[in-house]
Design a binder for this molecule. Structure first.
Ligand code: HEC
Ligand code: HEC
Length: 350
């Protein structure tokens, strides 16, 4: 509940009282960063004109992203749970853990191509990228901090004071500029240089026979949800995971209150999926083989199970697949790994 209250406050804050405050007017010391939409990508969802990434805004966002002072224990930075080598997931952790080892209930999501997404988190609780970080910052099981306390801490550091001065016209160290800077950093995290992309853009790469077979299977069995070049149609669906008694995470219903949304979660992107294990909203599945075994044999029925997975007589169909087909799909999924992105120093802590 706490999440929604604080998000509500910020929505008001953003719409009613800040339209001209944090806006940046380019100056020599702070050039605008080029943002190029990859030619095989859709249009952006994020309105860049409302918060154009600049050199200093990005630098500030990165510093904040890796700064433990955004958490009450001084340790749990954004980068603590979102680790670049694993496409910014908290890879060994089934559910992420925050300050004092407090356990959350969900698996950290990868951070890439966020400027193309409409809603954020597994249930869509955050409707704008600028608002998303309020959740981890204020959540007791994540960073357990308040903006006023963060501002006090970072105001003491001259480097921060200078970066805020250069990055934002009003020069203020306030929550709005903190969020804008974090967005500027995250907007630039585009992952679009996989083997799959190079093939789509005719840049000379070719699938192996196994990958090509996997791609065909993927298109017929998976792409209705994991759609397009982002590998998600950004809808909320129930893919038949057994209900977890420990957390009983109700998914999208938490946001909409609708019974028809119970146990639905956002269709995740599959980019860099080889590295973002463990899988599903609560990290219950360890490997891609486990994921495909779930789709072929592990589904359980419920009121909201996606109709794609049912036969006309209402029995469960799942996604029938043999072992060879699964291996082909996995080979294809591995062509979605983007080494350039994973090793891109612009996003690295050091
Ligand atoms: C304690 C671990 C933890 C910390 C710290 C943390 N996150 Fe996350 N992050 C998560 C988890 C878990 C999710 C999925 C949340 C959910 O679905 O409710 C998530 C989701 C997100 C998303 C949504 C991604 C998407 O595709 O929808 C963004 C963006 C994000 N985090 C950015 C940040 C930023 C910025 C910070 C620092 C201010 C941060 N996170 C700190 C664990 C963490
Ligand atoms: C009807 C829609 C739908 C179809 C079809 C579908 N998926 Fe999914 N997939 C989802 C949803 C929804 C989730 C997230 C479920 C959750 O965490 O509760 C998901 C999760 C995943 C994950 C875990 C991702 C992560 O970040 O943890 C993988 C991998 C995956 N699907 C692969 C596939 C493959 C491969 C196929 C085809 C064989 C497929 N999916 C077919 C909807 C679908």
């Amino acid at each position: 509940m706490k999440y929604f209250v604080s998000i509500g406050i910020f929505i008001c804050f953003f719409t009613s009282c800040s339209s001209d405050k944090g806006e940046y007017i380019p100056i020599d010391q702070n050039p605008k960063l080029e943002f190029e939409i990859p030619s095989n990508f859709p249009d952006l969802d994020y309105d860049l004109s409302s918060n154009p990434p600049t050199e200093k805004g990005f630098e500030l966002g990165k510093k904040l992203f890796y700064d433990g002072r955004l958490a009450s224990d001084g340790v749990v930075s954004c980068g603590f749970c979102h680790i670049q080598d694993f496409a910014f997931t908290h890879h060994t952790h089934i559910v992420s853990h925050g300050v004092d080892g407090a356990l959350g209930t969900r698996n950290a999501q990868p951070l890439h191509n966020l400027a193309f997404m409409k809603e954020f988190t597994w249930d869509g609780a955050a409707m704008h990228l600028d608002l998303q970080p309020i959740i981890p910052i204020t959540a007791e099981v994540e960073m357990n901090e308040t903006f006023s306390s963060i501002i006090k801490k970072i105001e003491e550091e001259p480097e921060y004071v200078q970066l805020f001065e250069l990055a934002f016209e009003n020069k203020e160290i306030n929550s709005e500029n903190i969020l804008r800077a974090l967005s500027q950093f995250m907007i630039m995290m585009v992952s679009a240089n996989t083997k799959y992309d190079k093939i789509e853009r005719n840049e000379g790469a070719v699938f192996t026979e196994q990958e090509a077979a996997g791609f065909e299977l993927f298109k017929s069995k998976c792409a209705s949800c994991h759609a397009g070049t982002l590998f998600t149609d950004q809808s909320y669906r129930n893919n038949g995971l057994p209900i977890d008694a420990q957390y009983n995470d109700i998914g999208r219903k938490r946001v909409t209150g609708l019974e028809s949304d119970i146990y639905k979660f956002k269709v995740p992107t599959l980019r860099n999926i080889e590295l973002t294990f463990p899988y599903m909203h609560d990290g219950r599945l360890k490997t891609l083989q486990d994921v495909l075994d779930h789709y072929s044999d592990g589904m359980v029925d419920s009121e909201t199970l996606d109709p794609t997975f049912k036969n006309s007589d209402n029995t469960i169909k799942g996604i029938p697949m043999g072992q060879e087909e699964k291996e082909q799909i996995i080979a294809f999924l591995k062509t979605l790994t983007d080494d350039d992105f994973l090793n891109d120093n612009r996003f690295s802590e050091f």
